[in-house]
Design a protein around this ligand. Sequence first.
Ligand code: AMP
Length: 114
Amino acid sequence: MTDCIFCKIASGEIPAEIVHDNDGVVVFRDLNPQAPTHLLAIPRQHIATINDLEPDHAELVGKLYLAAKAVAADEGLAERGYRTVMNCGEEAGQTVFHIHLHILGGRPMQWPPG
Ligand code: AMP
């Protein structure tokens, strides 16, 4: 999609610190980190929100989680734990309308989230 910031990161048009790029999934560091490690895993394919997922996206969504597992291990988070979050829609706090899995770690997390 031409006007999507995360599509532009995936294409290299906008710079980002990419830590993983494999099998249709790109993972990069969040510009405004909310934890010592804060990564975003996105599909190269533009999908705006969870509400736009179709059955044939199931494998791609699984790949987002497998990428999260891989980068969490790379960042030393696998054993101590980390949080994955995908916000859907404005009330949940989604600000970029290209699905992305937040991967947060390196500090204790509270529950419930705000
Ligand atoms: P959400 O609020 O769930 O839509 O998350 C969007 C996330 O994208 C926020 O945590 C932002 O800090 C992050 N973000 C926005 N623009 C960029 C960018 N150019 N590079 C890296 N992260 C970004």
